[in-house]
Design a protein around this ligand. Structure first.
Ligand SMILES: Cc1cc2nc3c(=O)[nH]c(=O)nc-3n(C[C@H](O)[C@H](O)[C@H](O)COP(=O)(O)O)c2cc1C
Length: 206
């Protein structure tokens, strides 16, 4: 098993994902990691909805219908190629999950903090999948905020889609995305000196 830092460095969005995806025990491990995210007030604002492969075409139809409806609302023509792409999006990996934020509005924790928790949960999920050897991709796009898509997932106007998560195996020989360039130390962090100055130098020991 890679170390945490190796896993973080290894995670990259995968453009092409093939079978196998995670099996049920692996999925549980991945989701258990997601549920360990920092969570102010223990709101547990995340929820994960897996669309099984048997139902993925039906979900793709809803995503496509939502695109057509957005075109009609905007008075723009439906692009047949884009329509086909929208329909195919959920089925581009062997496993497709929706990560949603269902904030607890009855608690004092602001909704934006709860959204931040869900983003942390998604990153945990991606890192767990990476550690288990899977490729992943987090996507959004217009369908993530589309009311028709949200409603089809049982989400109301207070709830949001934080990401569509695609999981699977990166094919052998797939072009590797280059590792991120190392951030220059001066851009990693700045150090607070006083209300007028941030320094780029690591503070001297006391
Ligand atoms: C909130 C969020 C939404 C994203 N939406 C998309 C998307 O719609 N399409 C896409 O190709 N990538 C999407 N990504 C992935 C980013 O493009 C990707 O993480 C970025 O290019 C860095 O590449 P890496 O993940 O390989 O490090 C999204 C990432 C985040 C965090």
């Amino acid at each position: 098993m890679p170390t945490t830092l190796e896993t973080i460095a290894r995670r990259r969005s995968a453009t092409h994902l093939i079978h196998p995806g995670p099996d049920e025990p692996q999925l549980r491990q991945i989701l258990d990691a997601a549920h360990q995210a920092p969570d102010h007030g223990r709101c547990q604002p995340w929820s994960f909805i897996l669309v099984p492969q048997a139902n993925i075409a039906a979900f793709g139809d809803i995503v496509a219908e939502a695109y057509v409806r957005r075109c009609h609302q905007a008075g723009t023509p439906v692009d047949p190629e884009r329509l086909a792409r929208e329909r195919a999006k959920p089925s581009r990996a062997p496993m497709f999950l929706v990560a949603a934020c269902q904030p607890r509005l009855d608690l004092l924790i602001p909704a934006h903090e709860q959204f931040a928790s869900v983003a942390a949960a998604v990153q945990n999920l991606l890192l767990a999948a990476t550690a288990l050897g899977f490729g992943s991709k987090w996507t959004t796009g217009p369908s993530a905020t589309d009311p028709l898509v949200k409603r089809a997932l049982g989400l109301d106007e207070h709830q949001s889609i934080v990401g569509f998560i695609h999981l699977g195996t990166v094919p052998d020989g797939a072009p590797k995305r280059p590792p991120r360039r190392t951030t220059p130390p001066s851009m990693l962090v700045r150090y607070w000196v006083d209300e007028n100055r941030l320094s780029e130098e690591f503070p001297a020991a006391e």
